[in-house]
Ligand binder design. Structure first.
Ligand SMILES: Cc1cc2nc3c(=O)[nH]c(=O)nc-3n(C[C@H](O)[C@H](O)[C@H](O)COP(=O)(O)OP(=O)(O)OC[C@H]3O[C@@H](n4cnc5c(N)ncnc54)[C@H](O)[C@@H]3O)c2cc1C
Length: 389
């Protein structure tokens, strides 16, 4: 079977890319190894542009009741006076972004995908091998009905951190293991978080408390592996107390916490984005530590730019070449991020990571150095702009 485009990996990035191409005439195959699940515990801080992307896909009505707006980011250091604040007024927008549980985004995207006539879903189907010859890629899939072969002149590898696409093409990676992990949980508050996203640098790591709906907040505590395993071993109440003591009382008395999940912090960066007719996207291209709260935001930026380029040029190969140049900047950005995380300074620790929510939109001098740091000056793709802009 031949397609105009094959996307390997139907995670948020692959599915988001396929959905964003719904009004093109491209015949697309989307290959995903797993069946949809509803148990992803991640809670995403999405910047304004990423939320607009979901709006453009028509997903916002399904997500709005789970999305908590961020009006202000507040970054502080335990034991130091003062804080860095970034307010929505600074960027003249209604919000800096929203916090949305990942499972709702996944469910809304999956529902949309099943309605798209130009997308053929292979699911569950696992990529086994990929060969390129004379501008055509042949992919061998393992499906429930046995092995299946599909072909295309263009393949997108959106199959995550341990990408099979990448390894099939022997594309080299740079890996940084921080020997750190992050605990993700939900904390029940006695009062509203007032739409403020807090980030606090404490003795043994970084705590982010992000607004959620129903007077809850998303808690992400990042620290060395030994600290995290100790925190994971505590009872819920002992963890709540440890969190209260480290974070303080900016959100009042923390009432209770829900189940804790932990994730290792790893940076995986492909050394190049493209190999003949294959382009990498999302975690397959660069997996950022969750503390950056940027992986999906950055991937949607690339997806939006690629979709715009496909629609403008009407030629997939040319669009890929143009995107590859932009991705060189993204790879550079993830490289800069890895350096920041491995050598934190007062300046960078005060600005990272939540200050980056406004990355694509902020113009004042206050964050000019942040933009310079990230190398992200330039035009914002239309899919990330609100309808009126
Ligand atoms: C704890 C945590 C918190 C985070 N918080 C934020 C945040 O606040 N903001 C933000 O922007 N980002 C955040 N991120 C980053 C975000 O999760 C990633 O950027 C995003 O999920 C990347 O999606 P992806 O589709 O590229 O990869 P994945 O989600 O890994 O999807 C890859 C897909 O490919 C499939 N696959 C793999 N191999 C094959 C194969 N051989 N054949 C077929 N299919 C295959 C997998 O089943 C999977 O569904 C966070 C990450 C973590 C871990």
């Amino acid at each position: 079977m031949y397609y105009d485009l094959i996307i390997v990996g139907g995670g948020l990035v692959g599915a988001g890319f396929a959905a964003a191409l719904r009004d093109t005439s491209l015949r697309i195959a989307l290959v995903e190894a797993k069946l949809p699940s509803q148990n992803d515990p991640r809670l995403f801080a999405l910047n304004y542009g990423s939320c607009q992307f979901l709006h453009h896909l028509g997903l916002w009505p399904a997500l709005a009741s789970y999305a908590a707006p961020i009006h202000q980011v507040h970054v502080s250091h335990q034991g130091r006076f003062g804080a860095v604040r970034l307010r929505r007024e600074d960027i003249h927008l209604p919000t800096l972004g929203h916090v949305i549980p990942a499972r709702f985004i996944e469910a809304a995207l999956n529902e949309l995908l099943t309605t798209l006539p130009n997308v053929t879903l292979y699911r569950p189907a696992k990529l086994i091998s990929l060969h390129q010859k004379e501008g055509c890629a042949t992919l061998l899939l393992e499906t429930e009905a046995g092995e299946k072969s599909i072909q295309s002149a263009i393949v997108i590898g959106a199959d995550g951190t341990d990408s099979t696409v990448r390894s099939q093409l022997n594309m080299a990676t740079h890996v940084v293991d921080y020997q750190q992990s992050a605990i993700v949980t939900r904390t029940k508050l006695k009062r509203s978080s007032s739409h403020i996203a807090y980030e606090r640098f404490v003795d043994n790591g970084v705590i982010a408390m992000l607004p959620l709906t129903n007077d809850e907040c998303a808690t992400i505590w990042t620290a060395d592996n030994a600290v995290i395993s100790h925190l994971m071993s505590l009872s819920d109440e002992a963890f709540r107390q440890a969190l209260q003591q480290a974070f303080g009382y900016r959100l009042g008395r923390l009432q209770s916490i829900q189940q804790r999940h932990h994730f290792p912090l790893r940076m995986v960066r492909a050394e190049k984005a493209m190999e003949q007719c294959v382009l990498l996207l999302g975690n397959a291209l660069h997996t950022l530590p969750p503390v950056a709260a940027q992986g999906f935001n950055l991937a949607l930026y690339e997806v939006a730019a690629l979709v715009e380029s496909i629609k403008e040029k009407g030629n997939l190969q040319q669009a890929l070449l143009q995107t590859q140049k932009q991705q060189a900047k993204s790879i550079d950005l993830s490289h800069r991020l890895s350096q920041l995380f491995s050598r934190p300074s007062l300046l960078t620790s005060l600005m990272l990571p939540l200050g980056m929510l406004g990355l694509d939109l902020i113009t004042p001098i206050k964050v000019k150095c942040l933009k310079d740091l990230m190398g992200r000056a330039g035009r914002v793709p239309p899919l990330l702009l609100s309808a009126g802009e």
